[in-house]
Ligand binder design. Structure first.
Ligand code: NAP
Length: 243
C-alpha cells in the first residue's frame, strides 16, 4: 500500500477569506502551519508569540507570497499582555494554539513545571478566548474560537465556554490531538522509546501538521456553523486503540 502521506488539500472554504484570524504560539510547529494555512485561504493572519521577533520572518514570508499577516507580541499566561495585544484587533477567528509541555515523568515534575503547563496551556487558552469573546460580544460580531487541546482540561473548558457564548454567536470548539511531528516532540520521537511508540500508532506514522487542515478549517469556518463545544479527534485512532 502507498504510504499515507499528506496531499494538497487547497479548496475554497467559506468564511475564512477576508477574516481577521489570530494564531497564538505561531513561532514553531503547528502555529507556523496554521498561520500559513489561514493566509493561503485569504485570511488576514495575526501571528502571535511571546517574543514577537520569532514570528516576524513568518509574516514576511506570508506577505511575500501574496498573503496578509502581521506579527503580535502576546504572552498568553499574562492577562495584561493578552488585553493589550488583542485591543481593537477585532479578531473573528481565534486559533488558541500556544502551549507547552514537560518531557519528564510526572514523578519528576517540579512546582515550576506544573505552573508553566497550567499557566500556558490552560489559563492562557482562557485569557485569549475570554478577551477575544468580550470584543466579539461588544461588537455584536460572530466568531469562532478553536482550541488545540493537549489535556482534558481544555476539552472541558471548551464545552463550558461554548455553552455560555453560543447565544452571542461565538462558537468554541476543540481539536484533540495525539502525536504531530513538531519541534515540541522531535527529540522524543527520534529516541528508541519514541520510535517504539510510533510502531503502536494504528497508521504507523506520526501526524504531519497538514493532517489537521480539514478539521481546523471545518471548526473555524462557516462549514462548522452548527458546531459548538465539539471535539474532533485527529489522532489516528489513538482514542479507540484499546478496543
Ligand atoms: N505536537 C503534538 O504532538 C501535540 C499533541 C497534542 C497537543 N498539542 C498542542 O498543540 C499546540 C501546538 O503544539 P506544537 O507541537 O506546535 O508545539 P511547539 O512547536 O512547542 O509550539 C508551541 C508554541 O507555543 C508558544 N508558546 C509557549 N509558551 C507561550 C507563551 N507563554 N505565550 C505565547 N506563546 C507561547 C511557543 O513559543 P516559544 O518558542 O516562545 O516557546 C510555540 O510558538 C500546543 O498547545 C500543544 O500542547 C501538540
Amino acid at each position: 500500500m502507498a504510504p499515507d502521506t499528506p496531499s494538497d488539500t487547497a479548496v475554497a472554504v467559506p468564511g475564512i477569506s477576508g477574516k481577521r484570524v489570530l494564531v497564538t504560539g505561531a513561532s514553531s510547529g503547528l502555529g507556523v502551519h496554521f498561520a500559513r494555512l489561514f493566509a493561503e485561504h485569504g485570511a488576514h493572519v495575526t501571528a502571535a508569540e511571546r517574543w514577537v521577533g520569532n514570528v516576524e520572518d513568518l509574516c514576511t514570508e506570508i506577505v511575500a507570497s501574496g498573503g496578509q499577516a502581521q506579527a503580535l507580541q502576546l504572552n498568553v499566561p499574562d492577562p495584561a499582555s493578552v488585553q493589550t495585544g488583542l485591543e481593537a484587533q477585532g479578531f473573528e477567528i481565534v486559533i488558541n494554539n500556544a502551549g507547552t509541555k514537560v518531557s519528564t515523568s510526572a514523578l519528576d515534575h517540579t512546582q515550576g513545571d506544573i505552573d508553566n503547563i497550567i499557566d500556558t496551556s490552560l489559563k492562557g487558552v482562557f485569557h485569549v478566548a475570554q478577551t477575544a469573546a468580550r470584543q466579539m460580544k461588544d461588537a455584536d460580531q460572530r466568531g469562532s474560537i478553536v482550541n488545540a487541546a493537549s489535556k482534558g482540561d481544555v476539552l472541558q473548558l471548551t464545552r463550558a465556554l461554548a455553552l455560555e457564548w453560543a447565544r452571542y454567536g461565538i462558537r468554541v470548539n476543540v481539536l484533540c490531538l495525539s502525536y504531530i511531528e513538531t519541534e515540541l516532540n522531535h527529540v522524543f520521537f527520534d529516541s528508541e522509546p519514541g520510535k517504539a511508540l510510533i510502531r503502536r500508532v494504528p497508521q504507523r506514522r506520526l501526524a504531519q501538521p497538514q493532517d489537521l487542515d480539514g478539521a481546523i478549517l471545518l471548526l473555524a469556518s462557516d462549514l462548522g456553523r452548527y458546531m459548538i463545544g465539539a471535539d474532533i479527534a485527529v489522532d489516528s485512532g489513538h482514542l479507540v486503540l484499546s478496543l
